[in-house]
Write a new protein. Structure first.
Length: 134
């Protein structure tokens, strides 16, 4: 109940433009839905290292009309289908930066959906190299 009230409080901030929820273990699809439906002018959203699923992207695609930056780095519970929700939704038409570092579950299907919908999108995907000396 506490988290529902907490996220409802965030969702009532109509002028909120920048929100960093990275590494927040309480973030769920329902929490993002509450926030997205109330924060229509959100520009920056960081959901990296969270357990969001495809349903989160459905909410963002419906409500976040001005979103320009989205970080979902190291979030592993969503699939390529998530990107079709963003690409086909009414919202997120201004998306310019997408950080998918560590999202190894994604395939060319999701990337193609995003590339078709967002011609100017800058995708950030860091490659991590590990070196070991024995």
């Amino acid at each position: 109940m506490f988290f529902f009230n907490f996220f409802s409080g965030i969702g009532s901030c109509k002028n909120l433009q920048d929100l960093n929820l990275s590494e927040c273990s309480a973030i769920s699809d329902e929490a993002v839905k509450i926030i997205a439906s109330g924060c229509h002018i959100l520009l920056y959203l960081n959901l990296s290292h969270t357990e969001i699923t495809d349903q989160t992207f459905r909410s963002l695609g419906r409500h976040c009309h001005f979103l320009q930056y989205l970080s979902i780095a190291y979030s592993k519970q969503f699939t390529d289908r998530a990107f079709t929700f963003i690409a086909n939704g009414r919202g997120c038409r201004k998306l310019a930066h997408l950080d998918i570092t560590g999202c190894t579950q994604l395939t060319s299907v999701g990337f193609e959906a995003m590339a078709d919908a967002f011609r100017e999108l800058e995708v950030r995907r860091k490659k991590i190299n590990f070196e070991c000396e024995i």
